[in-house]
Design a protein around this ligand. Structure first.
Ligand SMILES: *[C@@H]1O[C@H](CO)[C@@H](O)[C@H](O)[C@H]1NC(C)=O
Ligand SMILES: *[C@@H]1O[C@H](CO)[C@@H](O)[C@H](O)[C@H]1NC(C)=O
Length: 402
């Protein structure tokens, strides 16, 4: 009997000793060991940065891309739109399925829309992804350093797409930026997929500023416009307005789905971000956004954001990233002094619902438009949805998103 008791305590001791050894061994052997913490290898966060053209998504995309824990791709949907002209609702489904694969670091779906034997350099805007300029994809930029898209496009020469896959698999956060989704419903299967931990960041910008910026880059957007709107049906001057109307409508649809009557699986997974708020308080907003997806602001990324938003941009000087050249707040208001009131008025009419919902105040005349002392940005929260007749109390609670 005594012997048996001794055996039990010996065994217990051995079990405890073994447990302690495993814990110590895991900690010592490899910091990122799977036996250490589920947050590292198995648990990945998937972020969809949803936006529209000319809404500052290149900037916010870079904010993710430069982070050492992020694998980023800028608008992979470009490949699908280039190669598949289909009715838009069908495109959404195909796009969604390709994105599901991309979030799992599987690139064969995307490859199907690319030229045969494609290389990393065939991926749309590949050099905007810091991860594709860092090991294991390319030796140029050590992880934790900031990437320069121009140096990368000259110095990184990665053949095939294998490098992209191993790179993707080595990050905790997969961030895809896309401007080609126009509703949330087509993304519901991704939100409900137990293999994904999807967070949606919906970046919006004042449609009047978007309109002005779109006019400047009319030819660059011509192809996308032709998919958005049946071009033959209308003169080019009206086309721009038709596109902005569709964009505004998609904002309303998405915000309604996410905040008015949200499905339970949307809880904690959708965040609306206004470009103007981002520009006014970049570090504060970015901290907020990082927190939403479980990233910490690193010192280097923080310094980079400060420089980029205060006219001391380093690296990228491309069209899409104009924010580098001047003070971001000035840039965000430039449309008010350079865009004719008649056009503003038309955008305000087409986008009435979206502007009201997102907190962009209309102007009534040219004088008010050009008077930058008049603030056109209304506070975004708390949401006004409390006033809605149906199930008011319930929706009010749910709309207080973080
Ligand atoms: C990829 O690179 C290989 C070798 O560098 C080249 O032969 C091939 O044409 C490239 N593929 C494409 C689609 O450009
Ligand atoms: C990349 O590699 C291909 C084939 O190996 C070569 O033809 C091309 O010039 C290289 N590009 C750069 C930028 O080094």
């Amino acid at each position: 009997m005594g012997r048996w008791r001794m055996n039990v305590s010996t065994m217990m001791f051995l079990v405890i000793l073994q447990g302690a050894t495993v814990v110590l061994f895991c900690g010592w052997y490899f910091q990122f060991s799977p036996c250490n913490n589920p947050a590292n290898q198995n648990h990945k966060v998937h972020v969809l940065l949803l936006s529209s053209w000319r809404s500052g998504s290149s900037f916010l995309g870079q904010v993710f891309s430069q982070h050492p824990s992020v694998f980023y791709l800028m608008e992979p949907g470009w490949h699908i739109w280039r190669n598949l002209q289909k009715p838009k609702n069908m495109l959404q489904i195909i796009l969604r399925d390709v994105f599901r694969d991309l979030f799992r670091c599987e690139f064969s779906g995307l490859e199907a829309f690319m030229p045969p034997r494609s290389n990393v350099s065939n991926v749309f805007m590949w050099s905007h992804s810091r991860a594709l300029c860092s090991p294991p994809a390319c030796p140029l930029t050590p992880r934790g350093d900031l990437s320069d898209e121009h140096r990368c496009s000259k110095r990184c020469n990665v053949s095939g797409l294998k490098g992209m896959e191993s790179s993707c698999k080595s990050y905790s956060h997969i961030v895809l930026k896309e401007v080609r989704f126009f509703d949330l419903e087509s993304l519901y299967p991704l939100l409900q997929d137990p293999n994904l931990d999807l967070r949606i960041i919906h970046l919006v910008r004042d449609p009047r500023a978007v309109m002005r910026s779109r006019e400047e880059s009319f030819s660059a957007l011509a192809y996308d416009n032709s998919i958005m709107v049946d071009r033959r049906a209308m003169p080019p001057a009206d086309l721009q307005f038709e596109v902005i109307k569709k964009i505004c409508r998609s904002h309303v649809l998405m915000i309604e789905r996410a905040m008015l009557k949200p499905q339970p699986f949307l809880e904690g997974r959708y965040k609306l971000v206004r470009y103007e708020d981002l520009v006014h308080n970049p570090i504060g907003m970015i901290n907020d956004i990082y927190q939403f997806v479980g990233l910490d602001l690193t010192r280097k990324v923080g310094e980079w954001i400060y420089q980029v938003t205060h006219g001391k941009g380093i690296g990228s000087k491309s069209q899409a990233f104009k924010i580098t050249s001047r003070d971001a707040v000035d840039v965000s208001k430039a449309w008010r002094t350079t865009f004719p009131f008649a056009k503003i008025k038309r955008v305000q009419e087409l986008c009435y619902g979206a502007m009201k919902m997102i907190g962009y105040r209309p102007v009534n005349n040219d004088k008010d438009l050009k008077n930058l002392g008049i603030e056109l940005l209304a506070p975004l929260e708390p949401y006004e949805f409390i006033w809605l007749p149906s199930k008011a109390g319930q929706t009010a609670d749910k709309t207080k998103e973080k």
